[in-house]
Ligand binder design. Structure first.
Ligand code: LLP
Length: 419
């Protein structure tokens, strides 16, 4: 939180007072720190600097053009999972030859567009996708450069909804069949097998599952090579988990040491697709208290942000720190409150029985660690306007996505003339 200091009793993003932005932009809005994004990206670069490793920022975490452009200028590549994300990456200045296309269900059109754009790599997740890609590539007279995504059947020990490397998950090719499919892929027209990819899940806070997955990848690469197959790249998937509440997570240096020990000896180009660890702790969701309501058994702080703005607490029971924008004093009494949004669902709750200093209607609060999987997962549920987004750099701030108008949202529907 170094880039989110309290200065003169007020929360700032870098040098900009949050209250000033709230005045100009209105609430709720997401606010990102350029310095934090830069630090988090550079931390990967420096931890891995002695290795042949490259960071492909995972756009799904936050695909705002301003955020992606910030990373593009630092030299990051992009990991995309849809055509929309590919267009965003290209538009924000990530060149095609630094784009990796992953995802369990790519359509023919998506594969064709990716090939026409000439992207760096397509991560293939099934034998049938391989056949489709071969056909599409052949028909376009192109060669698809692929990594085969394997499923190593390893428990990532993260939330079940974001665990992806167990055999019962839909992702990747079961590791026991990977060699056979890789060898078939190498003979398919329109396909050039470049390597192996693997992603066992998101928000991992323990290195052990990573080490296990790396070992399985290393064994596979060795056996593929023994069979005479070329393996020039290994894509290790998403990045490390972040601290949402000061919890212990993986130290990037330890992660890099595991890569150095288990993967680097293979002599492959190493690819990483971190998202959350670059932008998660670089963003806040700023919201205002609408009302404080005393129920029979609980006190509710009702915010003007809701589950449509940040769905993580509702969807994953995720914990996010919530802090007042005006710095509380140490003498302030603390009481337990439920912090909720105005949406008509009980699950529209950011925190349950959270110890907070006194809050009243009109106060601003910041929901922390909201830079990843926040704005990108927002919706217009309850016909609420999605939040605005703001980027800060030093003393400067700018709205990088305005809140749409009600007319823009409602005007997307049309009523058939025959009704
Ligand atoms: N690569 C692949 C193939 C992925 O599926 C993911 C995340 C990433 C990279 C980036 O992982 P990261 O570095 O961000 O952990 N909405 C959920 C997270 C979903 C993650 C999906 N895949 C959340 O809010 O926790």
């Amino acid at each position: 939180m170094t880039h989110f200091p309290y200065l003169n009793g007020q929360l700032h993003v870098e040098n900009v007072p949050v209250a000033r932005m709230a005045e100009e932009v209105g609430t709720p809005f997401y606010c990102y720190s350029t310095a934090a994004i830069t630090d988090h990206y550079q931390a990967y670069v420096s931890a891995l600097q002695d290795l042949d490793a490259k960071v492909y920022y995972s756009l799904k975490a936050n695909s705002n053009q301003a955020v992606v452009a910030t990373l593009a200028r630092l030299g990051a590549g992009g990991d995309v999972v849809s055509l929309g994300e590919m267009y965003r990456a290209l538009k924000a200045g990530i060149p095609a030859d630094k784009i990796v296309f992953a995802g369990v269900g790519k359509t023919r059109d998506e594969l064709a567009e990716a090939l026409k754009a000439g992207i760096h790599q397509i991560n293939v997740e099934s034998e049938s996708e391989l056949d489709t890609l071969s056909e599409v590539a052949k028909s376009l007279g192109k060669q698809a450069v692929i990594a085969l995504r394997i499923n190593p059947d390893i428990d990532a020990k993260t939330h079940a909804k974001i665990s992806t490397g167990k055999s019962e998950n839909k992702f990747g090719i079961d590791i026991d069949h990977a060699a056979q499919i890789y060898s078939r892929a190498a003979r398919l027209p329109g396909i050039r097998v470049a390597g192996i990819s693997c992603h066992i899940g998101s928000q991992l806070t323990d290195l052990t599952p990573y080490r296990a997955a790396f070992s399985r990848i290393a064994e596979l690469v060795t056996s593929l090579r023994r069979a005479g197959l070329p393996v020039e790249r290994v894509d290790l998937g998403g990045g490390i988990g972040i601290a949402y509440r000061n919890e212990q997570t993986i130290d990037l240096k330890d992660y890099a040491a595991a890569v150095r020990e288990i993967i680097a000896p293979l002599g492959c180009a190493i690819e990483l697709e971190p998202g959350r660890s670059i932008v998660g702790n670089a963003g806040l969701l700023i919201t205002r208290v609408i009302n404080v309501k005393s129920g029979v058994s609980r006190k509710f702080v009702i915010l003007d942000a809701a589950m449509n703005d940040l769905i993580r607490p509702t969807l994953y029971d995720a914990y996010h720190d919530i802090i007042p924008v005006m710095q509380p004093s140490n003498d302030d009494p603390v009481s337990r409150v439920d912090i909720v949004g105005p949406v008509c669902e009980t699950g529209d709750r950011f925190a349950e029985q959270r110890a907070m200093s006194p809050l009243q209607a009109g106060d601003l609060v910041a929901i922390c660690s909201a830079g990843a999987y926040g704005a990108v997962m927002a919706s217009t549920y309850n016909t609420r306007l999605p939040p605005a987004e703001v980027l800060v750099k030093g003393d400067a701030f700018q709205v990088v996505r305005p809140r749409p108008t009600y007319d823009a949202i409602i005007g997307q529907d049309s009523v058939p003339s025959w009704l």
